[in-house]
Design a protein around this ligand. Structure first.
Ligand code: FAD
Length: 459
């Protein structure tokens, strides 16, 4: 017999859980289906374990600078095993809390793979479920390496399964995940080799961020291998790995990690039976209301390929359920000015347009760009200073701030408040009229006066 619900959600990750909970708050009967672990990517193999490991890296910075501040103790030695134990314990606690929340909200949780039988029916472990509305929130998975010897390598999921720290690791990829893992492992004492296809990483971010992070890579002695494609991986009798790249070999690696993008989890859903269309990259295209091409089927989060971030999936899920079950007929997520952070050491944060996007949209003659590079007071006693970088992009005539890019020890926290101001349409004048908090890095964003320049055409 089929069981019927008001809402059926496929995928209990950030987006699916948020949508299910919001619908239940509005009195809907809800079933949510998960094939792996409740919480999805963010909680189990993404943001949360990544940030916890990032904090471990950050802690080593305090030991490094403790000497500058007069502390004489030796730097403590990391037990990676303990770090992993504590991290896993915390994640289990989060999984448990999610289950408790579902019980409290009277949401039915099913463990298993969901696939469509027809547009209204979904099968899980040979049982059929129907629903008035169906939300697909199945996220993305790491792209596997397709080169010979790829079986010796791990991906981002494998990073979180590491039980011990390798002495050396090659990381393939120029995106934010490759940059974050390189920074974290470097901080934890691993000899990191970062292999990228182009001349610089993070091409989709503002040039200030890729420049700043290239400076950091140099300073921190991360081995950067530019213009390299990995062709093959071989393993010798001592289990050391060799990467055979376009024009060089990288030898004696203990571990190799591929961070070469992610693909949407749409294959197992049997979307043909539901009539849901995919785009050429297998993402589910949606309109601004998160509707797919089938009227009662919606998609949210990473599987739509719109903006692959947890708070985006959460906000899209909540807005959608408020629209479907809460009477908020006009509720939709505005995808403009969504802030983001790359968790390197220091972090790099952004909101709004990159300079390259701004030039394309407004023309360089209509922009005014303000930049600064400074060393925070924290490094006052340090021989080696780590610089902070700021770029503010404004429309020349109205002075409206349309992009803000910031690399600083606290950029991840600072950018959130500036994102509110930018979303509200703040101008450079509003920034100038705001009194800073001294001495902080954040105040530098309010005093960008003498460094202004008209935007150059990006190369
Ligand atoms: P997911 O959280 O991936 O959830 C989808 C769920 O659907 C999964 O649990 C999956 O098992 C399940 N599923 C798939 N197919 C089926 C099926 N057929 N039947 C049943 N269940 C199914 N974002 C940030 O905002 N900040 C960060 O710092 C950050 N760091 C990241 C670090 C890493 C290493 C990675 C990989 C990602 C990171 N992200 C970060 C991205 C973030 O994790 C995702 O944007 C977010 O998890 C997307 O949520 P979602 O609900 O769309 O998908």
């Amino acid at each position: 017999m089929k069981q019927h619900y008001d809402l059926l959600v496929i995928g209990a990750g950030s987006g699916g859980l948020a949508a299910a909970q919001r619908a239940a708050e509005h009195g809907a009967t809800v079933v949510i289906i998960e094939m792996k672990t409740i919480g999805g990517t963010c909680v189990n193999v993404g943001c949360v374990p990544k940030k916890l490991t990032w904090y471990a890296g950050e802690t080593t910075s305090f030991f490094t600078h403790a000497k500058d501040y007069g502390f004489q103790a030796k730097s403590p030695v990391l037990s990676f095993k303990k770090l992993v134990e504590h991290r896993q314990h915390y994640l289990k606690h989060l999984n448990k809390k999610y289950h408790q929340r579902l019980q409290k909200d009277k949401i039915t949780y099913l463990q298993g793979d969901a696939s469509f039988i027809d547009p209204h029916t979904v099968k899980v472990a040979n049982q059929l479920y129907t629903a008035k509305h169906i939300i697909i929130a199945t996220g993305c998975s790491p792209n596997p390496p397709t080169v010979e010897g790829g079986e010796y390598a791990i991906d981002s999921d494998g990073f979180f399964a590491l039980k011990s720290l390798p002495k050396s690791m090659a990381i393939i990829g120029g995106g934010y995940i490759a940059m974050e893992f390189s920074s974290i492992l470097n901080k934890l004492g691993v000899d990191v080799h970062l292999v990228i296809r182009d001349d610089k990483p993070l091409k989709q971010f503002d040039s200030l961020i890729s420049t700043a992070l290239l400076d950091l890579i140099k300073l921190k002695k991360i081995n950067l291998h530019k213009h390299q494609d990995v062709k093959k991986i071989t393993r010798n009798a001592n289990k050391k790995l060799t990467l055979h790249c376009s024009t060089k070999k990288i030898t004696h690696m203990d571990s190799v990690l591929f961070a070469i993008g992610r693909h949407p989890c749409t294959q197992a859903l049997n979307l043909k039976a539901a009539g849901v269309k995919l785009n050429k990259d297998n993402y589910i295209p949606t309109d601004k209301w998160e509707n797919t091409n089938i009227p009662h089927i919606y998609a949210i989060g990473d599987v739509t390929g719109k903006k692959l971030q947890t708070p985006v999936a959460v906000a899209a899920g909540r807005k959608l359920s408020s629209r479907l079950f809460g009477g908020e007929k006009r509720a939709f997520l505005d995808y403009e000015n969504i802030p983001t952070t790359i968790f390197t050491h220091p972090p790099a944060a952004s909101v709004g347009l990159t300079e390259e996007q701004a030039v394309t949209k407004y023309g360089n003659q209509n922009l005014m760009v303000y930049e600064a590079k400074f060393a925070s007071l924290y490094y006052a006693f340090s021989k080696v200073k780590i610089f902070s970088y700021i770029k503010l992009i404004t429309i020349k005539k109205s002075q409206k701030v349309i992009g803000c890019h910031f690399v600083d020890n606290h950029a991840d926290e600072i950018i959130q408040g500036f994102a509110v101001a930018i979303k509200m349409g703040a101008t450079k004048k509003d920034f100038d009229n705001t009194v800073g908090i001294h001495p902080t890095s954040a105040e530098e964003l309010l005093t960008l006066k003498n460094s202004s320049r008209q935007s150059k055409k990006p190369v």
